[in-house]
Design a protein. Structure first.
Lengths: 283, 285, 277
């Protein structure tokens, strides 16, 4: 299993930007995740009503909209993290690579290996940097010392942390800075070789410089991975995304107002609410 | 939700353990009732009150002297421990400089952990002779009350202390801004705001006093007679069980189990009510 | 004199009275107990019904009783706490059954445990007066305390960890073993110390279950006398036993103080950990 990313950066120059791939890809990509009529409610209170959209393979899809529109709930449904929330009920279809992920017999752990998640607040486990990455790997069956070492080094290089932490891999992960912690969490998720990465406002808890570093990293993930990112930062969304979905609240439940290619959503939105939001008039 | 196999096995194991833990209470009730049955079948409940005296060997089961002893000892201890305990808590929260308050709290916490047998022992060797000088014999109801007071005081103090700590500082600031004096703030704002915690503390202390065995056994004397003055030696319900279990058989033994059952009911009700009051303290705040 | 001044005087007086009496109690035991306290006192066997000699066999018996208590109550309480905090929803059947039962159990007086232990462990299960009976009875007594502290320790672990572990496809049991239990360990050890402290001072529950024999026990089925039962016996049934009773009481208090300070230190560490994260 190869974990090499097409690195456009030199080994000694961790933050040089490679050529960015903003705008739509050259050929029409296939949908990797298809969501049909997804509705979600917590103990009777609706959070999402009838959301339908496609997540395209190898692209960065951003979900924008004000707080409370169900974007995080939507994300949690995609890797069935909603199973862990008490009293949460879902209806509708979610298909990942042509499999219905809501089927009761589905191996949820394997699903979460294919669909990884990064949270808003960086959550490194209270253990060493190395063990943070090795623990999930071991749980998924990787046990050979050489294999583990290779993966740890590779993913830390991919996120640009290797030069900073090489030599102190046994030190506690929680002693790292916020930006480093978030990159560690991304490395941890990448170690499982996922197909999709779900990111819930990954930069919002970070200072501007760390935020920039993480944003660059996300852009380098394009093509090799499929990324779905929730963000409040419209400028960031415009910078990095291929596709955008705009969420809003209607009758106290979140819903999808418009979905399409990023350029179109921001420059010539169809719906007037979308236009109002992206131009800062509302929300 | 499909749990992986290891999780399913784990949950099954955990459930078995939890059920074992939950069934202990049921076991206790079952065995207590089972052991009490012989005497309940042959002796009418009213005889526990109307018989001439407590002489199980002769078939006499009057429990009222022991019930009175428990009641008087508990009430006496509560009357002494409640003001002292509340005063201790007030001392820690509002009067003592922080160094003293820390030491005092630590002292109270240590004393809460001292076993009852040590209290009883000290009462027997030190308190009883002193009280005996005043009015013989030394081991009597009043000695029992004093020792019980010492034992339940930390309970009252610690519970009230926690309740006072939960009073929002905003209340006190508003009261001060309205020109209330120091005592006015305490009596008018802090204590009323902490009233459910205080009630909880008193009930917990009462539960502890009623259920206390060793200390009262050692210092209250050993006479199963109705007390007529505070200097009379008495025997509480708990002491009765402890003293006679060693050699009781048949109906006698069953009668002791009956008193145990009664004790358990009263104490459990007190403690449960106290916990409800404690929860209310937090809800309020 | 204003009301506030009067209140101040009275409260200081009350505090002085309370601390005075308690210091008197502790000092009394210290002064009288030191006279016979020595290494030989701690290891020798009691002689002459305990009037002379030491408390060697008593300490061993006490230790064995505590061992039985913790070995039986420890895993059971951990399992129950894990179920209550990690694997049951708020309205599940188990929560509704187990929680109230434990809350009531916590309030049962110790003499009632003595009655139960005698009826169930000594007679029904046929264990007789033995260290095993005593330890099992105490295990029932400390179970609520252990469960509550373990539960609190687990609930204090931030939920972010559970979510992150799940998102990485880790099973609940893996997350529990590698992440949650290690993080909750200081709280659980503090809880165990609390349980041991309670158990060590227990007398009423042990008199009818582990008995009075002051010889060195040869097995768990032998009767054994705990330290607190020894103090009781010396002061009530043995004329002239006061001197050794004082020393035994001093040993007991010192043990409790040591356990108390370990608990405090662990609790501080636990608080520091859960806040820092």
């Amino acid at each position: 299993m190869s974990f090499l990313i097409n690195n456009t950066i030199g080994a000694d120059d961790a933050y040089t930007l490679g050529p960015l791939q903003a705008g739509p890809p050259c050929c029409v990509p296939e949908p990797l995740i298809r969501v049909e009529n997804l509705s979600l409610h917590y103990g009777g209170k609706p959070a999402l009503e009838n959301v339908s959209l496609d997540i395209y393979k190898g692209c960065i899809t951003t979900l924008i909209g004000p707080s409370g529109c169900g974007k995080t709930s939507f994300l949690s449904a995609l890797n069935r993290l909603t199973d862990m929330i008490p009293d949460c009920h879902i209806s509708g279809n979610i298909n990942f690579a042509n499999k219905d992920i809501r089927h009761p017999a589905l191996d949820v752990q394997a699903l979460r290996r294919d669909i990884g998640m990064i949270f808003q607040k960086p959550t490194p486990f209270p253990m060493s940097i190395r063990r943070n990455i090795e623990l999930p790997l071991r749980e998924h069956g990787v046990s050979k010392r050489t294999e583990l070492n290779d993966i740890v080094q590779q993913v830390l290089q991919d996120v640009g942390l290797w030069d900073e932490v090489n030599g102190r891999l046994e030190s506690p992960a929680q002693a790292l800075s916020g930006g480093q912690q978030q990159r560690l969490c991304i490395a941890r998720a990448l170690a499982l070789a996922p197909k999709v990465l779900l990111m819930d406002e990954p930069c919002s808890a970070l200072d501007p410089i760390s935020s920039g570093v993480v944003e660059d990293l996300i852009q380098r993930l394009r093509e090799k991975y499929t990324v779905v990112i929730v963000t409040h930062n419209l400028a960031q969304a415009k910078r990095i995304a291929n596709y955008a979905g705009f969420f809003w609240v209607k009758e106290q439940a979140g819903c999808l107002i418009e979905f399409g290619q990023c350029k179109q959503i921001f420059d010539s939105p169809t719906h007037e609410l979308t236009a109002a939001y992206v131009n800062g008039i509302r929300g | 939700m499909s749990l992986p196999r290891t999780d399913k096995q784990l949950v099954a194991l955990l459930r078995i353990c939890a059920l074992i833990a939950a069934s202990i209470l049921l076991l206790i009730l079952f065995f207590l009732i089972d052991e009490s049955r012989p005497v309940l079948q042959h002796v009418a409940l009213t005889r526990f009150v109307t018989d001439a005296s407590w002489h199980p060997a002769q078939g006499l089961y009057k429990l009222t002297p022991m019930l009175s002893a428990t009641l008087y000892a508990t009430i006496g201890a509560l009357l002494l421990a409640t003001p002292l305990g509340i005063a201790s808590a007030l001392f820690c929260s509002y009067y003592a400089p922080s160094l003293f308050a820390g030491c005092y709290r630590r002292l109270i916490a240590v004393l809460a952990g001292i076993p009852s047998v040590v209290y009883g022992f000290w009462g027997l060797t030190t308190l009883a002779p002193i009280i005996g000088h005043l009015h013989p014999p030394g081991v009597s109801l009043v000695t029992g009350v004093v020792v019980l007071t010492l034992m339940i005081l930390p309970t009252v103090a610690l519970t009230v202390d926690a309740a006072l700590a939960a009073v929002p500082v905003a209340y006190l600031r508003s009261g001060a801004a309205l020109g209330l004096s120091h005592w006015g703030l305490i009596s008018g704002v802090a204590l009323p705001a902490a009233h459910s915690g205080i009630a909880a503390g008193i009930m917990l202390a009462a539960g502890r006093a009623i259920g206390e065995t060793m200390a009262v056994l050692m210092v209250a004397g050993n006479v199963a007679e109705q007390p007529h003055s505070i200097f009379d030696p008495v025997r509480t319900l708990t002491a009765n069980i402890a003293l006679e279990m060693a050699y009781a058989t048949g109906n006698h033994r069953a009668a002791l189990f009956v008193s145990g059952l009664a004790l358990m009911t009263v104490v459990v009700m007190l403690v449960s009510t106290a916990e409800l009051f404690k929860k209310n303290t937090h809800k309020h705040v | 004199m204003s009301k506030s001044d009067l209140a101040r005087v009275l409260i200081w007086l009350a505090a002085a009275l309370v601390s005075g009496v308690f210091v008197w109690l502790l000092a009394d035991i210290l002064v009288h107990g030191l006279s016979r306290l020595s290494w030989s006192f701690l290891v020798e066997a009691p002689r002459n019904a305990g009037r002379s000699g030491g408390i060697g066999s008593i300490i061993i018996s006490t230790g064995l009783i505590l061992l039985v208590t913790m070995v039986m109550a420890g895993p059971l309480s951990l399992a129950t706490a894990v179920l209550l905090s990690e694997f049951s929803q708020h309205d599940s059947v188990f929560r509704c059954l187990v929680r109230p039962s434990l809350d009531v159990l916590a309030g049962v007086p110790s003499i009632v445990f003595g009655l139960f232990g005698n009826a169930f462990f000594c007679i029904y299960l046929g264990l007789g007066f033995s260290i095993l009976s005593g330890g099992l009875t105490l295990a029932c007594m400390v179970l609520p305390v252990l469960i509550r502290t373990a539960e609190e320790g687990l609930m204090a672990v931030p939920n972010d960890y559970r979510m992150a572990a799940a998102a990485l496809g880790m099973s609940r049991s893996a997350a529990l073993v590698h992440l949650l239990l290690p993080a909750a360990t200081p709280a659980m050890v503090a809880g165990s110390m609390l349980g041991i402290g309670r158990a060590i001072g227990e007398t009423a529950a042990l008199i009818f279950t582990s008995g009075y024999v002051d010889r060195m026990p040869e097995s768990l089925f032998d009767s054994g006398r705990s330290l607190s039962v020894h103090i009781y016996d010396l002061s009530m049934n043995v004329a002239g036993g006061d001197a050794n009773a004082y020393s035994s009481a001093l040993v007991l208090i010192i043990l409790l103080l040591v356990i108390n300070s370990i608990t405090l230190r662990l609790a501080k560490q636990w608080l520091h950990k859960s806040v820092a994260v």
